[in-house]
Design a protein around this ligand. Structure first.
Ligand code: ADP
Ligand code: MG
Length: 247
């Protein structure tokens, strides 16, 4: 079987900090996968490393059965909110058209066909009315939906989303998770870094609990055991407290 993500013995260090150590994991295609773990556990580092964006040591990193370089046109990556320059002046429709570039080639201009396709992708995420707005004018939830439209335009088979629900109101979070489920049901693989444990069982088919190493991976009911959560967070009630804080 071809795995959506196959990683063997991945280690990443930033100077004296070892962010990930000897991490091996495989994700089955067609699933919604949540990556959880405390602050600084290496969740963002994991995503950046498999995208080839930071130097990493590994015996294997394969996405959709290919090297990162070969797979890249079929992989969509949305960084953490804080890593994006939201003041960058770009129109919503143009942000989605970027998703067409792999097919387009770097030096060709988008055709009418590409624009029609980009607009239909915006329509699928309920954002067509915003096509001519600047991306910086949108709410956090709307911005995430535009990124999903771009992933649709790209026909990405693997989506890597780093904390997509941060800065997003509850209503938009519901819309986004429904969109992710729809993509999953079409056979796409979606990997979501997520820090809110209270929703993890509801949202994801598989959870990967990280803390520099793989602490646990499997169905949410197996991973969200108090003794396992305590091992990673130092507190068996970590996810119950999150519920109280957010309510
Ligand atoms: P998470 O996303 O789970 O919160 P990160 O992957 O961002 O964790 O970080 C993992 C560890 O690596 C943390 O100890 C963090 O401080 C460190 N780290 C992350 N990025 C850098 C960097 N650019 N330079 C130095 N240390 C970093
Ligand atoms: Mg992070």
């Amino acid at each position: 079987m071809i795995h959506a993500v196959e990683v063997e013995k991945l280690s990443v260090s930033y100077f004296e900090t070892t962010a990930l150590e000897d991490l091996s994991v495989r994700f089955t295609p067609g699933q919604l996968i949540g990556i959880i773990g405390p602050n600084g556990a290496g969740k963002s580092t994991f995503i950046k490393a498999i995208m080839g964006l930071i130097p990493a040591e590994a015996t294997t990193i394969r996405l959709l059965g290919h090297s990162v370089k070969q797979a890249r046109t079929r992989v969509a990556y949305v960084p953490q909110r804080s890593a994006i320059d939201w003041d960058f002046p770009i129109r919503v429709l143009d942000a989605v058209l970027i998703g067409c570039y792999p097919q387009l080639g770097l030096f060709k201009r988008p055709t009418k066909q590409h624009r029609i396709h980009a607009r239909s992708c915006l329509e699928r995420v309920g954002m067509l009315d915003y096509a001519d707005r600047q991306i910086g004018e949108l709410s956090g939830g709307q911005q995430q939906r535009v990124f999903l439209a771009r992933a649709l335009a790209q026909d990405a088979h693997l989506l890597l989303l780093d904390e997509p629900f941060v800065g997003v109101d509850a209503g938009s979070e519901g819309v986004i998770i429904d969109l992710l489920r729809m993509l999953r049901d079409e056979g796409k693989t979606i990997v979501v870094v997520h820090h809110d444990l209270s929703k993890a069982a509801d949202y994801f088919d598989t959870l990967l609990l990280l803390n520099r190493r793989v602490i646990s991976v499997g169905p949410p009911t197996d991973v969200l055991q108090p003794h396992i959560i305590e091992g990673a967070y130092g507190n068996p009630l970590a996810f119950l407290q999150k519920v109280e804080v957010s309510s």
